[in-house]
Unconditional design. Sequence first.
Length: 177
Amino acid sequence: MNNLLKTLLSFIFAFIATVSVAQCPAGPSSGCNGSGTSLNLYWVGTDANNNGDWASPCSWRVGHTGGVEPCQAPRSIDNVFFTSGSFFSGSGAATITINTQARCNNFFIGSSINALANTPTFSLNNPGFLEVYGNFLLQPNINWNTVGGYYSGPELFFKSTNTGNTIETAGIHLGVL
């Protein structure tokens, strides 16, 4: 009976560890959803109030806010979306923190954000930076904060080499560029 109990407990602990890793992989792998292909990633955050760190794959979902977790944070080929559905609590009073290297192709904040009761905050913190390789579209009902020095970050870079991309700030002051 003792061996059976040990075997059962070993199986349970192995199962829990496997499920924990499968729910939010630590990094890309060859079998990862989206390796080498462009993804549409939707913000959901990592806590009940939809706060989170840009660099955490757990903060994103593939295809829509109810999609699967990606294997990595957004890359320069990925499109990122923030919609009212990104804020499950419905209030919108969440903080999206960028405090490291962050990249995306297109950065879209949907107009549905304007209907939220509160304003989401995008916090670009030193030494973080955000590189946008495509379109950059904001909405009026957001806060955009830059925290840190003027010479070493935080910074927002528009890196596209293509013509025809749009930068729409909706009157939002972006701070240090």
